[in-house]
Structures are given as structure tokens and as C-alpha cells.
Write a protein that binds this ligand. Structure first.
Ligand code: ADP
Ligand SMILES: O=P(O)(O)O[C@H]1O[C@H](CO)[C@@H](O[C@H]2O[C@H](CO)[C@@H](O)[C@H](O)[C@H]2O)[C@H](O)[C@H]1O
Length: 461
């Protein structure tokens, strides 16, 4: 395939991971490479397409092309086109086992592939964690459910035929020059022996054309593979069920606080940290003010809090700020799994999807994650009130308190000593959520708006 056919462009714009909804895309191909198919039936190509219609966004689109349709693969068929009188059938790569297997094989074999346009250098290189046992892929399927990327689940078998743990490989759909924090942070945590994240298996690094870079090429992570926990529920579901049943959640909230502190302590031990300089504090306060303006633009009613929030931010600026370090960045109950026999497992260190990737890859304040999880317990109450008309405010308050207790006992700093600083971060997260809900789930907008009212009132008292 040389140019991007219309049917493929339409398909891309319909995918959950396509961010440019509501306008016509303008495509440019910045790179691509072929992966070997051991069966020789499929032509597997990973395309990197840039949409230049507005703010340029680069997408990773693995496809397979076949000369005849494959029985049982209709769900993955995107369309067909003619080339030199021959019809080519185009499939969504991750849903075609040939491509799914080739992606993981590149990681397990630490393979390297050349660009398909003759550009110099390596287009993609797989890296595998040395402790990964010798394993073979038995089957692959795409994870169902809402996702910003595309994850493939692999059933694995040991080379001696014995069972092996399944693997999940996240294929990043939106690509950026530089590190993807999900890979860097989860690899660093797993490498440091943390038991509250999945074990890492490996990742793929890629290179593509970028006239904005001095070398003419950009480099970034294309995919990340890790241990998969089958049949488990995320903490959002576990908490929701407990709240609806009026079940005490404080012990689990406390251990989640401890697990969060464990992640922060480990990250501070293995990756750079630095004391918060006046310019860091000023930049954070400026970003909070910018967030407020963004929220007002999306939800004009928030303007009523302008004066009160000015004093919240002014007061926060004079607080004693903790050191800066790498953090999760978008921490909420949906990012945590409850794994029976193992406990809480924390996932998805990609940071807030609405923040530029460069910002997400910098040191930040751990308070941001604490505030994120506090908001999430409030969301449980908001969701139960909406869906069942049931008030679980006390449940949420107790969970918030227990989470903070667990966090403080593990992290060693009493965050309650200067509650106004933590409140500033919580308000900031609720403003982010107001924008997120206004854009994605207007029916839930009242949840962050009620929290903003409450937090502003408390700050003023
Ligand atoms: N290691 C894992 N084990 C089990 N389920 C997982 C694992 N990693 C991710 N998941 C499931 O996939 C979902 C999406 O993963 P996530 O990392 O949040 O992807 P995305 O960044 O695309 O949203 C999670 O909410 C969880 O349900
Ligand atoms: O897609 P991500 O998981 O990276 O995060 C985005 O979507 C989340 C919703 O799925 C959103 O989280 C908000 O809603 C949750 C309940 O669905 C709640 O638990 C969170 O506390 C709340 O922030 C998240 O903000 C957004 O970045």
C-alpha cells in the first residue's frame, strides 16, 4: 500500500484512539516497517501516519494485507483495494493473530527491522527483560473494553510444554518523540522488585521521520509487554460494589494508600528527584491557574470561583512543598487491579491523556497522585448517587480517610499538616475532571462540579 486509501482513513477516524474527532484528517506517512510472518500468508506492515489537519498527531497503525479473505477474521477486516489487477484484503493488525504474534516475537527475540522506505537506521527494535523465561506464543486476542491504546493478550506456553503466565502487550496508538512514561516507570518499578506493578517483559523502540528534530528523526516507544492478570476486577468495580453493598472498604483503602506510597518511595529511589525550586512552585501554580481558565472556557459556571481560587493558589504558593519526583500522573481507581492472593496492582503510568507528553515525562509532586485517588473515592459516591439514588457519602469519606492514613504511614510525611496544599491539588484534579466530563461524559459533569463547590467552600472557611 503506497497511499492511504479512503476506507482506511474513515476506519481510523472511527477508532476510540483517534483524537481528532469532528474534522477531516490530512494524512502524511512518517515511517513504517514490515514484520515477518512465519506462515508467509500475511504481509504485515506497521504504518506511522501523521494527521496534520490541526495539531499534528502521529498514529501507529499495524495492518496485515492478504490476497484472499480469511475465514473467521471478518471482525478484523477493514476493507480491500486493487493493485496491479490484484485485490488486497486489509486487516486490523492487532486483531490478526499473524501480526499480533509478530509484534511480541520482535520483543522476545530482541529483533530489529529496517524502515520500508529505505531511510537509514533501524525502524523498530525489540528489547526483552533478561529474566523472561523461554516461552512460546500459543494464541493472541485483543483486550475488549474501552481503551486509549490497543492491548493484545497472549496465551503463552513454556518451551518444555509447561504452562506459562499470559502476557499483555500495549500497542501505543498515539506516538511521541521521547520516552513513554508507561514504559519507563513500570520498567523501573518492576526492575526494582516492586510487587505492586506487573512484571515487565519488554518493549519496542521505534524511529520515524521528523523534520523538527536535529537528526531528521524522532525516537519513541511503540509497544510495551508485561505480565497479564486474567479474570481480575479493577479497583473502581471493587469499590463500587462495596459502596453499593454498604460494605466497609477502609482496610482495602488503607492498603491501597500503602501501595501508592510504596510506588512513590521506589520511584524516588531509582529515578531522579530534586527539591522544589521557587520556579517549580511558580510553574505548578501557573499550570493550576491555566487549568482553571481552561475549565471556565469549557464550563462557564466555574467562573464564580475565580476569587476564592486565587486565594487558594496564593496560599498554596507559600506552603512548604515536598521534593519533586516521577509519579503516576493520572491515578484513579480504574488504574488499579485487585488480584486475589497478591493485592493491589497499579497500571498505566502514561499520565493524563490531555497533558503534552513532554510534561508527563518530567518530575512532579506525589501530591498529584494522592489527590487523584481521593477524587476517585468521591466519584464512587457520585456514581452510586446517580445510578441508584443512594447516598454513600460516609462510605467515601471513610475510604478517603483510610487511603490517606495508609499513604502517610508508608510515605512518612504527614500530608494533613498542610491540608491547603493537598486541597489545591485536589481542586486542580477536579477542574481537569470537569473538562474531561464536559467533553466525554456530560451526564457525569455534576460529580467534579459538586466537589469543586465543596473544596472551595472548605478552603474559604
Ligand atoms: N497487566 C494487566 N493485567 C490485567 N489486566 C490489565 C493489565 N494491564 C492492563 N489491563 C487491563 O486493561 C485496561 C487498560 O489498560 P491501560 O494500561 O489503562 O491502557 P490504556 O492506557 O490504553 O487505557 C485496564 O483498565 C485493565 O483492565
Ligand atoms: O483514560 P484514563 O484511564 O487514562 O483516564 C481518563 O478517563 C477516566 C475515566 O475513565 C477519568 O477518570 C475519572 O472518572 C473515573 C470514574 O470513571 C474516576 O474514578 C476518576 O477519579 C475520575 O478522574 C480520568 O480523569 C481521565 O484522565
Amino acid at each position: 500500500m503506497t497511499a492511504l486509501p479512503e476506507f482506511l482513513s474513515t476506519w481510523i477516524t472511527e477508532q476510540r484512539w483517534y483524537a481528532g474527532k469532528g474534522r477531516a484528517p490530512v494524512w502524511e506517512r512518517l515511517g513504517g516497517f514490515d514484520l515477518p510472518d512465519p506462515d508467509g500468508q500475511a504481509h504485515i506492515t506497521v504504518h506511522l501516519f501523521l494527521d496534520t489537519a490541526e495539531r499534528p498527531l502521529l498514529y501507529q497503525v499495524p495492518l496485515t494485507e492478504r490476497s484472499a479473505p480469511v475465514a473467521g477474521l471478518d471482525h478484523a477486516l477493514i476493507g480491500s483495494y486493487e493493485e496491479n489487477g490484484v485485490t488486497r484484503f486489509v486487516y486490523d493488525g492487532p486483531r490478526d493473530e499473524a501480526c499480533a504474534k509478530a509484534i511480541l516475537r520482535l520483543i522476545l527475540d530482541e529483533g530489529a527491522v529496517l524502515p520500508d522506505d529505505g531511510a537509514p537506521g533501524i525502524a523498530a527494535r525489540g528489547h526483552c527483560v533478561p529474566t523472561t523465561p523461554a516461552i512460546e506464543i500459543r494464541g493472541a486476542r485483543v483486550l475488549s473494553g474501552e481503551q486509549s491504546n490497543t492491548s493484545i493478550i497472549y496465551d503463552m506456553v513454556g518451551l518444555d510444554g509447561t504452562g506459562a503466565k499470559p502476557i499483555i502487550c500495549k500497542v501505543f496508538r498515539s506516538l511521541h518523540h521521547g520516552e513513554n512514561p508507561d514504559v519507563t516507570l513500570l520498567s523501573a518499578l518492576a526492575g526494582a522488585g516492586s510487587t505492586v506493578v506487573p512484571q515487565s517483559i519488554g518493549h519496542i523502540n521505534g524511529q520515524w521521520h521528523d523534520t523538527g528534530e536535529p537528526t531528521g528523526f524522532a525516537h519513541g516507544h511503540l509497544a510495551f509487554a508485561q505480565e497479564f492478570f486474567p479474570g481480575v476486577e479493577d479497583a473502581w468495580r471493587v469499590a463500587l460494589e462495596a459502596a453499593e453493598a454498604g460494605e466497609d472498604f477502609t482496610e482495602r483503602a488503607r492498603t491501597l494508600g500503602e501501595a501508592t506510597a510504596d510506588v512513590h518511595t521506589t520511584l524516588a529511589g531509582v529515578l531522579p528527584t530534586h527539591a522544589a525550586a521557587p520556579r517549580d512552585i511558580a510553574a505548578t501554580i501557573a499550570s493550576m491557574r491555566a487549568r482553571f481558565d481552561e475549565a471556565v472556557a469549557e464550563v462557564p459556571g466555574i467562573e464564580q470561583h475565580r476569587a476564592a481560587l486565587q486565594s487558594v493558589y496564593t496560599r498554596a504558593a507559600t506552603s512548604v512543598w515536598p521534593a519533586m519526583q516521577r509519579i503516576h500522573g493520572d491515578f484513579h481507581l480504574g488504574q488499579v487491579l485487585w488480584v486475589p492472593g497478591r493485592g493491589w496492582i497499579i497500571l498505566d503510568f502514561e499520565g493524563e491523556p490531555m497533558r503534552p507528553m513532554l510534561e508527563r515525562a518530567r518530575e512532579d509532586f506525589p501530591l498529584r497522585d494522592v489527590a487523584g485517588m481521593l477524587r476517585s473515592f468521591d466519584y464512587v459516591a457520585g456514581s452510586v448517587a446517580q445510578s441508584r439514588g443512594q447516598s454513600v457519602t460516609d462510605w467515601a469519606l471513610a475510604a478517603r480517610r483510610a487511603f490517606l492514613d495508609g499513604y502517610i504511614s508508608g510515605y512518612g510525611t504527614d500530608l494533613r499538616a498542610d491540608r491547603s496544599l493537598l486541597d489545591a491539588f485536589e481542586i486542580d484534579k477536579a477542574l481537569y475532571e470537569a473538562v474531561y466530563e464536559a467533553r466525554n461524559r456530560p451526564a457525569w459533569l455534576s460529580i467534579p462540579l459538586a466537589a469543586i463547590d465543596r473544596l472551595v467552600e472548605r478552603a474559604a472557611s
